[in-house]
Design a binder for this molecule. Structure first.
Ligand code: NAD
Length: 239
């Protein structure tokens, strides 16, 4: 569907935060388009990964984990940063705030920096994961919103910094996607109602919806696109 089935044949891909949810959808999609994919996470996830995807545990907030992970690759064409956490209601505590920043923002930077030489050798591509909260504030999630605002700015900055290496750097900004991360919201009609009302297409997004946009940004069709933050939100931003 939509892409040639061998679009990423011969390509080596890393997707962080990919043992479930959006990252797993991305890893599965890249694999279905011919890439050899390694998915990482801090646990084995919920079983949504296809068998074709290799799984490796690695915590993006730990320098040693990131060094060992990237050191295990001979080459890299595609890096997708999906690792992310949210701590609704607890992020006004400085320790929690700092932890969310360390995973979502600094973790993205750790992976990008470590992968840069391998990506430069193959003129590869990076896709980061921003959010609607890259654009809006979140009273219960100041750390998450700050981290995702930071991911958007980091994406633009690395697009400029890595352009001379031939590396494109973009981000997707998912709207409200049905994953374990949003399970509590999905289960709460008081909070889910307004989300669905504002989402013009009238449904929760699926990890596959985001995966299709990521595949496009990784593809040669996006050869002249770098530094963009692409909403994949069913029209939430514009309503
Ligand atoms: P999820 O909770 O379902 O999955 C998160 C994944 O990240 C898991 O594989 C987990 O193992 C991994 N992870 C968590 N901490 C990690 C760490 N320290 N190091 C490495 N991996 C770690 O979440 P999701 O909904 O699939 O979200 C994926 C990304 O998309 C996150 O960056 C999230 O902020 C972003 N996002 C999600 C939504 C949504 O509606 N679900 C919307 C916008 C953005």
């Amino acid at each position: 569907m939509t892409f040639e089935s061998n679009l990423f044949a011969g390509k080596r891909a890393l997707v962080t935060g990919a043992t479930q949810g959006i990252g797993a959808g991305v890893a599965n999609r890249l694999a279905s388009l011919g890439a050899r994919v390694t998915a990482t996470g801090i646990d084995r996830g919920d079983g949504s990964l296809d068998g074709a995807v290799d799984v490796q545990l690695a915590d993006v907030s730990k320098d040693a984990d990131v060094a060992a992970l990237i050191g295990g690759f001979d080459g890299l064409d595609i890096v997708v940063n999906c690792a992310g956490i949210i701590r609704r209601g607890a992020e006004h505590e400085i320790e929690v705030f700092a932890q969310v920043l360390d995973v979502n923002l600094t973790g993205t930077m750790r992976i990008c920096s470590a992968a840069r030489p391998l990506l430069a050798a193959r003129k590869g591509v990076i896709v980061n994961t921003a959010s609607m909260l890259s654009f809006f504030g979140g009273s219960l999630v100041p750390g998450y919103a700050a981290s995702k605002g930071g991911v958007a700015q980091l994406t633009k900055s690395l697009a400029l910094a890595y352009a001379a290496d031939g590396i494109r750097v973009n981000a997707v900004a998912p709207g409200w996607i049905a994953t374990p991360l949003t399970q509590a919201l999905q289960d709460d009609p008081v909070r889910a109602g307004p989300i669905l009302q504002r989402t013009a297409l009238g449904r929760w997004g699926k990890p596959e919806d985001v995966a299709q946009a990521v595949a496009f940004l990784c593809a040669p069709a996006a050869a002249f696109i770098t530094g963009v933050i692409l909403p994949v939100d069913g029209g939430y931003m514009v309503s």
